[in-house]
Ligand binder design. Structure first.
Ligand code: SF4
Length: 277
């Protein structure tokens, strides 16, 4: 039997942010369930909005669900009045796509990425995974749509840098016959009814292809997982700050706004739990 290690945008964003955080979160699974009741409620509301959008796209009556919460009504009204521009085509809600990729592995790693039975022990096998809120496959174009409910619109430059954008477009290019220039991704921010559109290019695809292979090889061959330098200020937003004995914000040196925004945006691109079909 082959062992395949699933890789989502969260894995790639966190590996790039801090390898120690990757170790705690994905290898040792030390994350605790969300304890803050306000944040719990916020996540549930976001999940319900995704369910509502899915049901609406299937032509179902969403009035009862929408009336269950004023915020949901507000977001639905915002969508009906200012929806993102959408192409014509086949519409796929909560749609999962995967792509298998292998990389050179070390032999003594803690997580067993190698073939157990008859496989190549020098290779690690990963399954890149994306779940699209809505994917529209047209004749000449394909469009990914992603609903964001918990933040103001994030600038395009930061979204382009984020692994959600990079992985989702890359996987679509890998698994369809569309050229990169025929693909785009639209983030729709429900609080302000703002759309941010990312158009894809062959150069983006090539860069992501190189970066993903490099990153997965590093993950497969990692022997230890270093903490980030404290001056990077990445620890300020990290759930493992106490475990790492990193000081709280008031003890840190000032940080420039650009870097602070980048780390904040990575943490703010919340992964809403998948909607059950
Ligand atoms: S507290 Fe800092 S060093 Fe520790 S896991 Fe988080 S980001 Fe990494």
């Amino acid at each position: 039997m082959q062992f395949h290690y699933a890789i989502s945008q969260g894995h790639l964003n966190i590996w790039e942010t801090c390898q120690r955080k990757y170790q705690y979160k994905y290898l040792e699974e030390l994350s605790l369930p969300e304890a803050d009741p306000h944040r719990q409620a916020s996540l549930l509301l976001g999940s319900n909005f995704h369910l509502l959008m899915q049901q609406m796209d299937l032509g179902l009556d969403v009035s009862v669900l929408a009336q269950s919460d004023r915020q949901l009504q507000k977001w639905l009204k915002a969508f009906n009045e200012s929806p993102p521009t959408m192409i014509e085509g086949d519409r796929l809600c909560e749609h999962r796509r995967t792509w298998e990729i292998s990389c050179p592995a070390k032999l003594d790693q803690d997580i067993d990425l190698d073939f157990k039975d008859g496989g190549d022990r020098h290779q690690a096998y990963f399954v890149l995974t994306a779940i699209y809120d809505l994917l529209i496959l047209g004749k000449e174009q394909a469009q990914i749509l992603d609903w964001k409910t918990h933040q103001k619109a994030i600038p395009q430059s930061q979204l382009e840098h984020n692994w959600q954008t990079r992985l989702y477009l890359y996987l679509l290019a890998k698994t369809t016959d569309f050229e990169p220039e025929q693909l785009s991704m639209t983030y729709w921010f429900a609080n302000g009814a703002d759309s941010v559109v990312i158009n894809y290019r062959a150069a983006d695809y090539d860069r992501t292809d190189r970066d993903i292979k490099k990153m997965l090889t590093a993950i497969a061959q990692a022997k230890d997982y270093p903490q980030v330098d404290i001056s990077s200020h990445k620890c300020e937003y990290c759930e493992f700050r106490d475990r790492c004995d990193r000081p709280h914000q008031q003890n840190l040196e000032p940080v420039d706004d650009i870097n602070l925004n980048i780390f904040a945006s990575i943490n703010n691109i919340i992964e809403i739990p998948e909607v059950a079909l």
